[in-house]
Design a protein around this ligand. Structure first.
Ligand SMILES: Cc1cc2nc3c(=O)[nH]c(=O)nc-3n(C[C@H](O)[C@H](O)[C@H](O)COP(=O)(O)OP(=O)(O)OC[C@H]3O[C@@H](n4cnc5c(N)ncnc54)[C@H](O)[C@@H]3O)c2cc1C
Length: 402
């Protein structure tokens, strides 16, 4: 019976665990989870922060799921090095685990610029982060959020739910610049401002000003001072690759092929740590979204257990449940308008919808207000992008979703 090791236990690790169990019931699986509590959905962290859900309702699986015969989980422990030749992992307390096949599902952490890191500065990645933010807010801290992407916007909304009036500091000229066009971004910004969020566009943070009591404020690029006692940095994520063999590393995460295998035999990777194929242009990239992590984990698990499964590729998909204004962005929403592309926009009271076509095939959808058919559109976009890629016609990757 093969010995499987899973490093990191959240969306990708759990999907792999399920796939291995399906193929090898009763097989030996050891998982190492740096977080001590049962794995929970990070997607729900903004709701938790806003007081709209409880830790229990965020669990990905009940406790019994991890207690199946053949499975052992090391909770609150971390793999600190991985010897690929010996097929041995070393934990933070020196204990070692031997394996035949290992999955690297260690995810990612918020990217916090070194010159900002310090007391009063956090990301929003874990339940602990959310609890820390809530505690500071209860203590009356004024809050600034750096980054106008989906996580920054969701954090701002959640804090507004708590009655806080956070400042959202955005480097580009609009919020959600990677997933929304000007019109959708304007609608989302208006929604935030109506809830008391102060949006500062085209602003960068030059320095965190600290005093004896911790963070006192921020100095912005235009010289303005922004008093705050807490800064939440939401400017993307960095894959957790510390301790991994250099041979598995890609540009920022772990390089994998379409079976989720790394360059080192016996080692696989999936989820926010993995650079898997992006259907927009066929290039490997960390896409860092829940459905991608689940699909990759499942493919990796199947292949680790001896089946043959291939990952088709990720498509960008982001959903924001702004109060009274759902927003979903799928695929390529900022296509350059050459003769092969067409855009169809529909506006009604309370909704804005943009569909992007290439040679008559739907390749992107930006839906604001009215999102009922998002699932159908997503299936169609996925099929079309996969078809274009298979035909050797990858779309160009969008930059700003203009
Ligand atoms: C606030 C927030 C909102 C989000 N909203 C959405 C959304 O609306 N839609 C969406 O699709 N996605 C969303 N995401 C992204 C989604 O949560 C991630 O894509 C998903 O969690 C990735 O799962 P993963 O298993 O790859 O990695 P992770 O969830 O990062 O889990 C990896 C685990 O491995 C552990 N670990 C790290 N290093 C080690 C080690 N050396 N040894 C042992 N364990 C280790 C980590 O502590 C962690 O527990 C959101 C993320 C955040 C933070």
């Amino acid at each position: 019976m093969t010995s499987h090791l899973i490093i990191g236990l959240n969306v990708a690790g759990i999907a792999a665990m399920k796939a291995i169990r399906e193929i090898e019931p009763g097989g030996r699986i050891v998982a190492v989870s740096a977080e001590a509590q049962l794995p929970y959905s990070r997607v729900l962290l903004p709701r938790y922060l806003g007081g709209k859900t409880t830790p229990e309702s965020m669990l990905l699986e009940p406790a019994e799921f991890y207690e199946v015969r053949g499975t052992r989980v090391f909770w609150g422990r971390r793999v600190v090095s991985l010897d690929a030749a010996q097929r041995r992992a070393v934990l933070d307390d020196g204990e070692t685990i031997d394996f035949d096949r290992a999955l690297i599902a260690a995810g990612a952490r918020p990217t916090v610029p070194r010159d900002l890191a310090g007391p009063g500065v956090t990301g929003l990645r874990t339940g602990e982060d959310a609890a820390f933010i809530r505690e500071r807010v209860r203590g009356g801290a004024r809050v600034a959020i750096a980054g106008g992407g989906p996580v920054g916007v969701k954090t701002a909304c959640a804090l507004a739910e708590l009655g806080v009036r956070p400042a959202l500091i955005v480097a580009s000229g609009r919020i959600l610049s990677q997933i929304a066009d000007n019109e959708a971004a304007f609608l989302a910004q208006r929604c935030l401002e109506q809830r008391g969020v102060e949006v500062r566009l085209g602003a960068d943070i030059v320095r965190a000003v600290r005093g004896p009591g911790g963070l006192e404020g921020l100095e912005l690029g235009d010289g303005a001072a922004l008093p705050c006692g807490l800064l939440v940095v939401c400017k993307g994520v960095t894959p957790n690759v510390a301790g991994l063999p250099p041979a598995v590393q890609g540009r920022s995460g772990v390089a994998v092929d379409d079976t989720m295998a790394t360059r080192v035999p016996g080692l696989y990777a999936a989820g926010d740590v993995a650079e898997a194929r992006d259907l927009l242009d066929g290039q490997p990239r960390v896409t860092a979204i829940f459905p991608g992590a689940a699909a990759q984990g499942r493919i990796a698990g199947k292949n680790m257990a001896g089946a043959t499964a291939v990952f088709e590729g990720s498509i960008p998909r982001n959903a924001l449940d702004l109060p009274g204004l759902p927003l979903i962005s799928i695929g390529r929403v900022g296509a350059p308008l050459d003769a092969r592309h067409a855009v169809r926009v529909t506006r009604t009271t309370g909704s804005y919808r943009k569909l992007v076509y290439r040679d008559g095939l739907l390749i992107g959808a930006l839906l604001v207000g009215e999102v009922m058919d998002a699932g159908l559109l997503q299936a169609c976009i996925r099929r079309n992008l996969a078809g274009l890629l298979a035909a050797g016609e990858p779309g160009q990757l969008m930059g700003e979703a203009g």
